[in-house]
Design a protein around this ligand. Structure first.
Ligand SMILES: [Zn+2]
Length: 298
């Protein structure tokens, strides 16, 4: 694939405002076209961004399902998803080869890469960023309840997720981290094209295993919170009998599984509506065969 255009999406969730600022700042001070790689910029969900909410009718980042489900044009985000694909999709009027979707989280995850499914091209892009920055990779798969992610509508694409930061709160440190990544991406692709860097053959990924809800009473009310010793401990292993939640009486609920797991999105505010208190991952090492990525980016 001849690589030409990379679509940089910010504001896919309208209350994640730091990526929007970062992209505005970057585009004002940098050429769109560098080393034959052109950046295109768009705000994923402009109406939600204007209103400071995550979405209007539906989560835009769950609205990119195949066309059959996408005919309900009374839903703002489905219209928006269709528009973005018609404009920037590979068969669109202004086609892009890669989509980079910028998000923030209220969880203490630092900077990470989120991938959906096991597309070789995504692994190459993730390997490139991991090589440069050592970022952890969260491979979100095996979750039938969550589909229709934006980047899946392009042949290659990743989410960059940075936290912790509150929704609708501008944090210059977070903005700066986005700027560093946007700036580095084209340079790194160019270096790989020119054989100036070599990617590791093995890629460590954290593979999604499932999510757990807060403990609840019969009426649905949450009756325990994330345990104080578990707060902000994203990516840190949880073993059998380690604490997960604590109720009002100070009783601890522990992890009952036998396998060590690595939690992500601990206490993410936006996932409360999805009944997710945290997600569990397991580490897996994936092998990248020789030259597959060099060929992709050449
Ligand atoms: Zn988001």
């Amino acid at each position: 694939m001849a690589l030409k255009k990379i679509l940089i999406v910010s504001g896919t969730h309208g209350n994640e405002i730091n990526p929007v600022w970062a992209v505005n700042q970057f585009s004002k001070h940098n050429d769109a076209n560098v080393n034959h790689i052109e950046y295109k910029y768009t705000i994923g969900n402009p109406l939600a961004f204007e209103r400071g909410c995550r979405y209007i009718d539906n989560d835009l980042n769950r609205s990119f399902n195949s066309t059959k489900d996408n005919l309900d044009n009374s839903i703002y985000e489905i219209n928006r998803a269709n528009y973005l694909v018609e404009k920037f999709g590979v068969n669109g009027s202004d086609p892009c080869d890669i989509a980079i979707d910028l998000h923030t989280t209220t969880s203490n995850m630092g900077t990470s890469i989120v991938m959906y499914g096991r597309r070789i091209k995504d692994f190459c892009l993730a390997a490139l960023l991991q090589h440069k920055f050592g970022l952890p990779i969260y491979l979100h798969e095996k979750d039938q309840k969550q589909t229709g992610f934006l980047v899946e509508a392009w042949p290659c694409g990743l989410v960059i997720e940075i936290g912790s930061v509150a929704q609708n709160f501008y944090d210059p440190k977070i903005i700066n981290r986005f700027l560093i990544i946007i700036k580095a991406l084209r340079d790194e692709i160019n270096k790989l094209k020119n054989n100036q860097i070599k990617l590791a053959k093995d890629l460590v990924v954290h593979v999604h295993q499932g999510s757990i809800d807060y403990p609840r009473e019969k009426n649905g009310n949450i009756n325990a919170l994330i345990h104080p010793s578990r707060m902000n401990q994203d990516w840190k292993p949880i073993k059998t009998s380690d604490p997960l939640f604590m109720d009002m009486e100070g009783n601890t609920q522990t992890y009952k599984g036998e396998d060590t797991i690595w939690p992500v999105f601990i206490g993410e505010v936006a996932y409360k509506e999805k009944n997710i208190a945290m997600s569990f991952t397991k580490k897996e090492v994936l092998g990248l065969s020789d030259h597959v990525c060099e060929e992709f980016f050449s």
